[in-house]
Design a protein around this ligand. Sequence first.
Ligand SMILES: Nc1ncnc2c1ncn2[C@@H]1O[C@H](COP(=O)(O)OP(=O)(O)OP(=O)(O)O)[C@@H](O)[C@H]1O
Length: 375
Amino acid sequence: MMNIPSPGHPPQPPAGGAVAGRSAIIRLAGVGKQFPARKDGQPVEALSDIDLDVPAGSVLGVIGRSGAGKSTLIRLVNGLEKPTSGQVIVDGVDVSRLPENKLRAVRRNIGMIFQHFNLLSSRTVFDNIALPLEVEGAAAPVIRERVERLMSLVGLDDKRSRYPAELSGGQKQRVGIARALATNPKVLLSDEATSALDPETTHSILSLLSAINRELGVTILLITHEMAVIRAIAQQMAVLDGGRVVEQGDVFDVFTRPQHPTTRSFLAAETGRAPPSFVADRLAHEDAPGMETVIRIIFRGRFATHPVLAQVSRELDIDVNILGGTIDAIGGKPFGVLIVGVPGGRDLSERFVSFLAARDLDTEVLGYVPASAFA
Ligand SMILES: Nc1ncnc2c1ncn2[C@@H]1O[C@H](COP(=O)(O)OP(=O)(O)OP(=O)(O)O)[C@@H](O)[C@H]1O
């Protein structure tokens, strides 16, 4: 267990896959946000028709390219922006209608962490974490006790008197996380919190956020441009494109059965999905005599790669070439990607695809390679 007192609400059970049934602690309903035109320009439709529920106690990741509207979405949740239409409900309160003086109480319930940490350079680690408590007028002994616990939670006990300039990026983000938790918020908003960090530090910060979600029951809404971040920590996800949610759902489902081209293109960079270079370099778009059809197979859930491939090879009397792939898990559920070469022309490859479809396996034809290429 983490060394921190329970916040002002009961911890949720460990976050797993079954979060969809929980009530939403953040709800965006029919939200649109238009920024007025600047001189000689058009108004910007930053967000349109956004319906998004973040279940209490879950981690929901929103992915989108630059300009998709991610920051605007998060700024609507903490009331820094007002929507042009729709409602933004946080813990039962419609923040889109609150005047600034009432928003302060709501923001106490919403912690926020940033890509560039936003620490005060003239304050020590202790004093940065203490800031939100000082602002709300907490007594010095309360502040001391709380900050000590938070420093211990994020693993910075030995850095209390250091200044931000003396810390690594990962340590700075730990200060940012401790500061965000100072007022015991139910919700943590993360705006590209790991984008400035190397992969190893990213991993340790995402583990810390995961533990905070699991053990303190803090709901996390994070925005990112990296699928790997979503996969490491979120149970639910939404894909934002041109200010609209184009796909949303359980992370496992979206990763293994992406529906929208934008989601597919985000996934293209995931390991194992692209054909290995010795295949990719020879991949043609058109079929021709003597070519093998290159097919990507996605295995979901209960893993049965080899029996299926052995069966299909027997049934169709073909030798399937295994060209690449990975076996992995998302949220503890196994899934695999296999890239195979199927000889014998179009008729046989169509029968191969039908055989797998009948066993609920998804396939995609990636192109064609000369059979001789692997001799
Ligand atoms: N205050 C503003 N005034 C006018 N236009 C704005 C304002 N804030 C954002 N926009 C526009 O709204 C759109 C969405 O911007 P937003 O910053 O939300 O995207 P983003 O997905 O967070 O991008 P990035 O990943 O680059 O930060 C963009 O076209 C942006 O130029």
